[in-house]
Design a protein around this ligand. Structure first.
Ligand code: SF4
Ligand code: SF4
Ligand code: FES
Length: 533
């Protein structure tokens, strides 16, 4: 692989790669605003300037400049090397690049910072971006001086509602055009553009339109400053209180890699952010997925119930044992859930096997809109996972489950999950005499269960999900289980023990070892993602 030298460090690069991307992949952040690895190069902010040393024996390209001499109180002619935007310049083998070790680069970055902050309001204390704002960070790293301009700054529109999800503050905007390029290049909907020139310019929505495509939250996500804020997240939390878990979005079968940002003090998940994985979601997530964190706290089943009355888990276990001890194999159905992880589904399969129940069906959320960007019409994260886990059992569809209920072959049902793929199927559940369900959310199963166990959501447990491409991905636990809930695999193990049929594992690692041979698991972790911009 070819190499170039960046501040005395050798950086490998793929032919055609820019200096900034190769440096980023090597873990070095060259300061930048407008560049984003997933977007075209705009090279408009000039924050990423670097000095490229001339090859031995060749003269440097020098520019004539005037510098202010504070002693003489006059401008004096000088020469300085022509700096180059590293976001645009392709790396070349043997190239020598100075970023942190060039005084010319230092001066240029400081000047760019000063220019960007000339008209910027000093409203960091009330800005939602505070704590993760590049203007703040780079001021500290590359400028650190007080404002010299004494004039009234230019004032521009504030709190402009761009659409159902995004609010714009033109005074904070540095017109890097990342949001414009996200709309055009990712969402294929060029609804944003730049109006005016110089310090009057601002981002505007196309006349007669709203910013309302399926990826609007990616405009806010890429905005390096506090100009775009999401209506969902603004003023809800200070980012320095949040911690992040490396998770997988459960909004559809694409399985986008994400961070779940949560406040450990109140165990509340506040937002998702994309996590780079070039093989799955590249740098992005869709709006539906980004807003799916709300389901972690909304509509949850948080206590056990027996015949619809609030109960405790031990009392529910007792009742479930009573129900299941009388169940016969030919009138019992087991329902796996494509909403749940492999761990939860595998534990249920183990229990079904221990009890001799062999009729295995699947449920999940109804299909929804998809596109050729990220969104998959299958709104379940683990349809492929359960198909492969239950291959040997001959996994049957939800429609077949409804037929089995109608034919009287499912008077007892042991079910995982909350949603059903069709409204009609949900009604059929009313005919099930003994429904024992493990549900995260209110829904047809929780409503009709004779015994209901409160299952923890995907954010409250480690879990493995297999996406539509067949990639097995692990999602980390973010917050502690809500209410009385426990991970479904734990509840199932407790039920198995209460039935006198222990499942043969105590820890999650032991369950995982039973679920897949070690070789397969290490192949799964190869899909691990790289991080976030
Ligand atoms: S709103 Fe944000 S992303 Fe869009 S141009 Fe302004 S600073 Fe850049
Ligand atoms: S495409 Fe699917 S997995 Fe990706 S963010 Fe959207 S809902 Fe989540
Ligand atoms: S990152 Fe803006 S010019 Fe390179």
């Amino acid at each position: 692989m070819p190499n170039f030298k960046l501040d005395d460090r050798e950086i490998p690069f793929e032919p055609g790669e820019t200096i900034i991307r190769a440096a980023q992949k090597a873990g070095i952040d060259i300061p930048h605003y407008c560049w984003h690895a997933g977007l075209s190069v705009a090279a408009n902010c000039r924050m990423c300037l670097v000095e490229i040393m001339p090859p031995p024996g060749r003269p440097a390209m020098l520019l004539d400049v005037l510098s202010w001499d504070t002693e003489k109180q006059e401008y004096i002619p000088q020469k300085k090397p022509k700096l180059v935007p590293s976001c645009q310049q392709a790396a070349a083998d043997g190239m020598v690049v100075k970023s942190q070790t060039s005084e010319h680069v230092d001066t240029a970055r400081s000047a760019v910072q000063e220019l960007l902050l000339l008209n910027h309001p000093v409203d960091c204390p009330i800005c939602d971006q505070a704590g993760e704002c590049r203007l703040q960070d780079y001021w500290l790293e590359h400028q650190g001086t007080k404002k010299r301009m004494r004039d009234e700054p230019i004032h521009k529109p504030k709190a402009v509602v761009f659409g159902p999800t995004i609010v714009y503050d033109a005074e904070r905007c540095i017109v890097c055009t990342r949001c414009v390029r996200v709309s055009e290049e990712l969402a294929k909907d060029p609804v944003l553009s730049v109006r005016e020139r110089g310090n009057l310019n601002e981002i505007v929505v196309a006349p007669g339109r709203q910013l309302d495509h399926a990826y609007t939250l990616m405009t806010e996500y890429v905005c390096p400053v506090g100009a775009l804020t999401s209506i969902d997240f603004r003023f809800k939390a200070r980012v320095w209180f949040l911690r992040s878990a490396r998770t997988v979005c459960t909004g559809c079968a694409t399985g986008c890699n994400s961070f779940t940002d949560f406040d450990p003090r109140n165990q509340h998940a506040y937002r998702y952010r994309p996590r780079e994985n070039l093989a799955v979601n590249k740098f992005w997530m869709c709006d539906d997925g980004m807003l799916d964190h709300r389901r972690i706290h909304e509509g949850r089943v948080l206590t056990a119930r027996v015949r619809g009355e609030a109960s405790t888990i031990p009392a529910a276990l007792e009742k479930a044992v009573e129900v299941l001890s009388k169940a016969t194999a030919d009138s019992t159905a087991v329902v796996l859930s494509a909403e749940h992880s492999n761990e939860d589904n595998f534990a249920l399969l183990l229990l079904a096997k221990a009890l001799g129940f062999s009729a295995v069906y699947q449920s999940g959320r109804p299909a929804g809109p998809g596109d050729d960007i990220l969104r998959h019409p299958d709104k379940n994260p683990n349809t492929t996972g359960i198909a492969s886990l239950a291959k040997a059992s001959g996994l049957k569809t939800f429609a077949e489950f409804v037929e089995a209920i109608r034919a009287g072959k499912a008077s007892t049902v042991l079910a995982l999950g909350s949603a059903t793929p069709t409204g009609g199927g949900a009604a059929a559940l009313s005919d099930v005499k003994n429904l024992v369900a493990f549900s995260t959310h209110e829904g047809p199963f929780a409503e009709r269960a004779r015994v209901l166990f409160p299952a923890s959501s995907w954010a409250e447990a480690d879990g493995t999900f297999v996406n539509a491409k067949g990639m097995s991905q692990e999602s980390e636990k973010a917050i502690t289980p809500q209410g009385d809930s426990k991970p479904a695999y734990r509840l199932i193990a407790e039920l198995a023990a209460a039935l006198g049929k222990p499942l043969g594992w105590k820890k999650l690692a032991e369950l995982r070892a039973l679920m897949a041979p070690p070789a397969e698991r290490s192949a799964a972790s190869e899909s691990a993602s790289l991080g976030a911009e």
